[in-house]
Design a protein around this ligand. Structure first.
Ligand SMILES: Cc1cc2nc3c(=O)[nH]c(=O)nc-3n(C[C@H](O)[C@H](O)[C@H](O)COP(=O)(O)O)c2cc1C
Length: 334
């Protein structure tokens, strides 16, 4: 049934297809919740002496931006994901950029300039509180600053989100790499990582970086993460402005999918060489087959995520990858 619905969705323009997908997922999820007699949430977070650890039942997650408002993750988790990233959420609700802002491009790629359209912290929190007891995998919140917040005050937005969500999620991803919020990528700096380290709660916290950084910048940021005991690791990568410009002559937006894989893989390899043991890498970008998933893991990613591959290939693709990865679990100490 899911394959049929997925094929039909691809007949529509990308943002309408997404809205229809959200509609069907909400119905599916409602049925799951109504027929769950009790909470099915196992304990992921384990106390181990003075430290804690978070257990991921398998290494394949859903990347940020699909469930922007944290209202679909219970349904999505049943497709076989080992964890789900929800968001990006900002303190206040915002509409994002004017439409059209999402395009399909050949081969198996997307260009988006959504601009953090989301329901804001309050509603996001309500959704999580209602649904999280029914979710059987860890949920990470991807957090960002509002468009109207200047960079000098950006840390305040991240502090509000850490504080507001700390009891509702299993970890955080700090998004400083979307190409669609003006100036956001300037926060990919050693100084801003210091601010994040000071604000981070006692939960796994990752920093998400762009594929358009050069290797020297990436190495510097890895060194800073090494010096930051509260940071668990890095998510590599967000969408690429460089590929959107070079191959599709788009001056705005970020490219995801097929062609991103090579650069994301390179970033993961550089990060693995420069991050110390115990720091975790979530590899994302152009993973659209079990072979690519395995390659990302062999280059040093501990966990992987997909977005565009899932959009093009549907739920079956998730089952295939997680089966190929033998549903191997992963334990993250923090
Ligand atoms: C339509 C769309 C919306 C996205 N929104 C977000 C977002 O809100 N926050 C974020 O960190 N990444 C966002 N991303 C980036 C993805 O999480 C992911 O990093 C990127 O698409 C590369 O993975 P992929 O090639 O598997 O799609 C978005 C991607 C797409 C295509």
């Amino acid at each position: 049934m899911f394959s049929f619905v997925h094929k039909c969705l691809l007949l529509f323009s990308p943002e309408i297809a997404h809205s229809l997908g959200v509609f069907f997922l909400k119905i599916y999820q409602k049925l799951l919740v109504v027929f769950s007699k009790h909470n099915c949430r196992p304990a992921f977070s384990l106390k181990k002496g003075h430290s804690e650890s978070l257990v991921f039942p398998n290494r394949l997650g859903l990347a940020a931006g699909f469930d922007k408002n944290a209202e679909l993750f219970v349904g999505l988790s049943r497709f076989g994901f080992g964890f789900i990233e929800v968001g990006t959420v900002t303190p206040e609700a915002q509409e994002g950029n004017p439409k059209p802002r999402l395009w399909r491009v050949e081969p198996e790629g997307l260009i988006n300039q959504m601009g953090f359209n989301n329901c804001g912290l309050k509603s996001f929190q309500n959704h999580l509180r209602r649904l999280r007891p029914f979710c059987s995998v860890p949920v990470l919140a991807n957090i960002g600053k509002n468009k109207t917040t200047p960079n000098e005050r950006a840390i305040e937005d991240y502090q509000i989100l850490f504080k507001g969500l700390v009891n509702d999620v299993d970890g955080f991803v700090v998004n400083v790499s979307s190409p669609n919020t003006q100036g956001l990528r300037e926060l990919q700096s050693v100084e801003f990582i210091e601010h994040i380290e000071s604000a981070a709660p006692r939960k796994p916290v990752f920093v998400k970086l762009a594929p358009d950084l050069d290797s020297e910048q990436l190495i510097q940021l890895c060194r800073k993460v090494n010096e930051s005991p509260r940071l668990s690791g890095i998510v590599l990568t967000n969408t690429s402005r460089a590929i959107a410009q070079r191959d599709y002559e788009k001056d705005q937006g970020g490219y995801s999918g097929e062609k991103l894989f090579e650069r994301s893989l390179e970033c993961v390899a550089v990060a693995r060489e420069n991050l110390k043991d115990g720091k975790c890498i979530i590899g994302v970008g152009g993973v659209n087959s079990p072979e690519r998933a395995k390659k990302m893991l062999s280059q040093g990613a501990d966990l992987i995520e997909v977005y565009t591959g899932f959009v093009y290939q549907g739920p079956k693709f998730i089952k295939n990858i997680s089966q190929e990865l033998s549903n191997q679990s992963f334990e993250l100490s923090f």
